[in-house]
Structure formats: C-alpha cells, structure tokens
Design a protein. Structure first.
Length: 449
C-alpha cells in the first residue's frame, strides 16, 4: 500500500514551508518573510505522533496568467492537490480571510481531494477573529496552529487521522490473514533445546542438534505450515550473558538473534526445565517486551523435569515479580523430544498475534476511555485537575495509543499503569505489549521518535 500524501496549499507567506519543516523535522524548505520563496513542489517524509505520511510543500497560490512563472507554479500546486490524499489549506489567522483565500477556497471545494483548513500563526488572542472568519470558506472547522512555535498539533493530528491512517496488514481481513505467515522466533539460552524443538515441529532433522552448547550460530528462517496456516520459523543462536560473550563469532550470533527478535511477531522464549528460570532468561524476556513483540515462555524438557508442580509455580511467581511491566505472559510446558505441548504453543502464538495486530474500533475505544476516567478520575496535584481529553490508537503491532490532555506530564506512574491494565483487561488485548503515550498542548509537535 503506498504511503499517504498530504499537500500543503495556500496563498504566499502564510507559513507553508514552516509547517513543512516542522512536520519533516528538518529545515528542508527555505523560509523567509518575503512571499514566493517556494517555487517547485518539495516533498519529504513526515511523522506526526505515530502517523507517517509524505508531505508536499507547494508554491504560494496566485491568480496569474498560466503562461507566467506564477501561473506555472499554480499549475504545479493544482497537480499536487489532485494527487494527494488530503490537502491542508493554510491561512494566516492574524490576517483573516482575504479575497485570494476565498478564491482558493472556491477552487478546493470543486476538487475531490479532502481538505482541512488550518489557521496558522494562531498563537495568542490576535488570531481569534481570523479563525472565526475561516468558517465562511465552507470547508469545515478550521484547525488553529502555530507552525513556528509548535502549537495545536493535537487537533491537527485528529483532523489528519481519517485520511492518513493506514496499515499494511489488517488482521480483520481473513483472506489476507490466511496468506500472512506467523513470524515466530524461538530464542533462549544455549542448549535449551531450540533446534530440537524446530526439528520436532518440522518433522525432520532440519537443524543440527547435540549436547554441545552453541551449535547454532546463525538465525535460520524456515517456512512451514501448522494446521494449514503458514508459519515462518526462526531458530536462533543461544543468548548468554554479555560478560560471557567473548568470542567474536558468538558476539555476531547474539546480534543476529536480536535482529530475529526485531523481525518477529511472536517470540517463544524456551527455558530448560532441568535448570529452572535464571536471570538471563528474564533479561531476554524484557528485551522481547521492550521491542514490542508478543511473548510466550515455554518450559522445555518437561518430560524429565523433577518436582514439576512446584517448579512450574516457582517459575510463574518469579515471572510475575521479574516481568512486572507485562503480567500474565503465557507460561507453557513442552517436550521438544516427544512433541507434547507443541500444538498448544502454536495455538497460543496465533491468538497472541491476533491481539498484537488488533485495532480497536474508535467508538469502542472512546466508550472505554470515558468509563475508565469516570470510574477513576485523574488526580489533582496541588488542587489543579489533570484533564484527559481523548484517546486514539495510532498503530497496531503492537497496539499503540496516544492520550491527549493538559498537564499530562504530571500524571503519576500509578495512574498510567491503571489505564494500561484497564485497556488490556477490558478491551481484550491480552498479555501483549501495549504502548500508551501522553501528549499535552505544552509540547505538541513532539515527533514521538
């Protein structure tokens, strides 16, 4: 799917290039008080609170003969709008609506491209009258911003979201889901039985195995099917403590494993039941969660484990304490040697991938947000209420949400955890990593990188 395109249009000297530079995060376009500095279309990759799109800075729209330079520049602007997914019609909030703004408005109303009116230079009270005037353009509610000072992005984000939001993979599309392999990486300490597990899944001796630790050096990707569903299995080199990784080849293997985690959707962390849970296992698990990947812990060699019940409960308790950032990570038992428990691992992996892919419908998300805040309102430090205005999901894989409000930087960590836990519990997202970010009007153009 091509990346969405946003065209910035307007008469000369309303701040189009300033907004362009703000969105791309670099001074790519020349900016000057003189009108007409921009002549050719300039394009850049923009990222706004998780939204990614291509933005086009156009020349100032002027009413000139098509054969003149300004007329040819106008033709370029018209072409940019026709090709865009949405146009940002920038006006100067302090100047109000000029006759040229009205002409541009008439042209845009005749185009099929959606339009968002943006009143720039709206800092302070000087632009209030101009913003009200913008309603008469007949293009909907104007969004007040200051491109120079970085104000108003919360409203700009909301206005762009319906036109710019996109996903390359939609888990609700059954046909696409059936064709999309589950990216499943198997990681763990050396000699935990990773390659033996892969061989048992494939039903063939595809990977070299043996009692020696560290036989596998590269991450090996294998295409496979489980119950008719495609899986891309990645067997990885064992991850040991960094202090013990002295051999150059082993360092490269460890880096390769970390790349495998980056490209996975679900990661199975294989534990050796004869050795229990070690600190390095928790570090690997934390790394998987930090990368935003769904995680399964599998106790291997369960067929030869001693005191199985107490071992399982002990590992479960240690996980709850050591992985406080993600409760209820699935802990399963398997035997790579006999194959017992492998079907359960695959079933849970597909379920986790579905939750990891999930996009919550806007109505359901808003109802949950209102109920969550109503049941437990944000605190009021020093007697001043923190107001949370709305929430939106900016991406999935993993599910990522942004809450807009005022004074969000003063929210205590306990309240943030309350919202994350409620999201996970009440919206059926399960034990997958969630990212919940907060944006206040005090730092609106934070690019979230």
């Amino acid at each position: 799917m091509p990346i969405p395109t946003v065209a910035i249009v307007g008469r000369p000297n309303v701040g189009k290039s300033t907004l362009f530079n703000r969105l791309v995060g670099k001074r790519l376009a020349l900016v000057d008080d003189r009108p007409g500095v921009t002549r050719d279309r300039r394009e850049g990759e923009a990222k706004l609170l998780g939204l990614e799109f291509r933005v086009i800075d156009t020349a100032g729209f002027e009413d000139e003969d098509p054969h003149t330079l300004p007329g040819r520049m106008r033709a370029q602007t018209e072409a940019a709008v026709r090709d865009a997914d949405v146009a940002l019609f920038l006006i100067d909030g302090r100047d109000g609506i000029t006759p040229l703004d009205e002409e541009i408005g008439r042209w845009l109303r005749a185009e099929t491209t959606p339009v968002v009116v943006v009143a720039n230079k709206a800092e302070g009270r000087a632009a209030e009258a101009g913003i009200l005037e913008a309603y008469r353009l007949g293009l909907g509610e104007p969004i007040a911003i200051s491109a120079e000072h970085g104000e108003g992005v919360a409203d700009l984000f909301q206005a762009l979201l319906p036109h710019v939001e996109h996903e390359h993979f939609d888990p609700a599309d059954d046909e696409l889901d059936a064709e999309h392999p589950l990216q499943l990486a198997i990681v763990g300490r050396p000699n935990a039985g990773k390659s033996t597990l892969v061989n048992r899944m494939l039903g063939e001796e595809r990977m070299i195995t043996g009692p020696e630790a560290g036989i596998t050096r590269d991450s090996i990707s294998l295409d496979w099917e489980w119950e008719g569903r495609p899986v891309r299995l990645v067997d990885t080199a064992g991850l040991r403590k960094r202090a013990k990784v002295e051999d150059k080849l082993e360092k490269l293997s460890a880096a390769d494993t970390r790349r495998a985690i980056d490209y996975a959707e679900v990661v199975v962390l294989l534990l050796d039941a004869t050795r229990g849970l070690e600190a390095q296992d928790l570090k690997i698990a934390a790394q998987v969660i930090e990368e935003g990947r769904a995680l399964i812990l599998a106790l291997n060699k369960w067929d030869v484990a001693e005191h199985a019940s107490s071992l399982f409960n002990g590992v479960k308790a240690a996980l709850d304490e050591g992985l406080a950032q993600l409760r209820d990570v699935p802990l399963l038992t398997v035997s790579a040697k006999t194959g017992k428990g492998i079907d359960t691992v695959l079933k849970v992996a597909f379920e986790l991938r579905e939750a990891w892919d999930r996009r919550v419908p806007t109505g359901e998300l808003n109802r949950w947000f209102e109920d969550a805040i109503g049941a437990n309102p944000p605190p009021a430090p020093k007697g001043q209420r923190i107001k949370l205005r709305y929430i939106t999901q900016v991406k999935s894989r993993p599910p990522t949400f942004v809450v807009f409000g005022n004074r969000t930087d003063e929210l205590p960590e306990s309240y943030r955890r309350y919202l994350v836990n409620a999201l996970r519990r009440q919206l059926g997202l399960g034990p997958v990593p969630l990212r919940l970010e907060f944006r206040g009007r005090s730092n609106p153009f934070d690019r979230g990188r």
